[in-house]
Design a protein around this ligand. Structure first.
Ligand code: RP5
Length: 169
């Protein structure tokens, strides 16, 4: 957990700007929960030195959690994890192989360097998992998560009731 006031608690790193549309729900969810975040476009393959320098800057400012999104030969989350003791959440991007290549590249890490992997394109869950990690030491954030869960449950129950009454939506 951060020891000083962080500029951004979460870093959302993407391998390419082509990942931006798929990752927008991640940024939106972090923002809706009041989690400070920075967004970095840096590739494990195309810009390895830039990736390292951005990671150093993030950690020097008290950053706490990485979200790393990549597609295809999706080494970015694993490379990020290899350079840090902070938790890393990997988001597999859709690809020519329907994201299966990305999913396996991110999830199948060698023992000793873990990456918490969410589903293909699960940008929102990456943000929520970040919130759960940060909520370990943030009671206000725990309350926001509880409220989010309640609203989500209420919405499902409301749809069920409307369906039963013959009204869709
Ligand atoms: C990965 O390759 C990126 O994360 C992206 O998902 C994929 C394709 O990148 P571009 O060729 O669109 O830049 O590194």
């Amino acid at each position: 957990m951060p020891t000083k006031k962080a500029m951004a608690l979460a870093a959302v790193i993407m391998g390419s700007d082509s990942d931006l549309p798929a990752m927008t729900p991640c940024m939106e969810t972090l923002d809706s929960l009041g989690i400070s975040r920075t967004v970095i476009i840096a590739s494990a393959h195309r810009t390895p030195e830039y990736l390292r320098s951005e990671m150093e800057a993030f950690e020097q400012c008290g950053g706490a959690v990485y979200i790393a999104a990549a597609g295809g030969a999706a080494h970015l989350p694993g490379v990020v994890a290899s350079h840090t003791l902070l938790p890393v959440i990997g988001v597999p991007m859709q690809s020519g192989l329907m994201g299966l290549d990305s999913l396996l590249s991110i999830a199948q890490m060698p023992a000793g360097i873990p990456v918490a992997t969410v589903g293909v394109g699960s940008a929102k869950n990456a943000a929520l998992l970040t919130a759960h990690i940060l909520a370990l030491s943030d009671a206000d954030l725990r309350k926001k998560l509880a409220s989010f869960r309640k609203k989500q449950a209420d919405a499902v129950i409301e749809k069920s009731k409307k369906l039963r009454q013959g009204k869709r939506s």
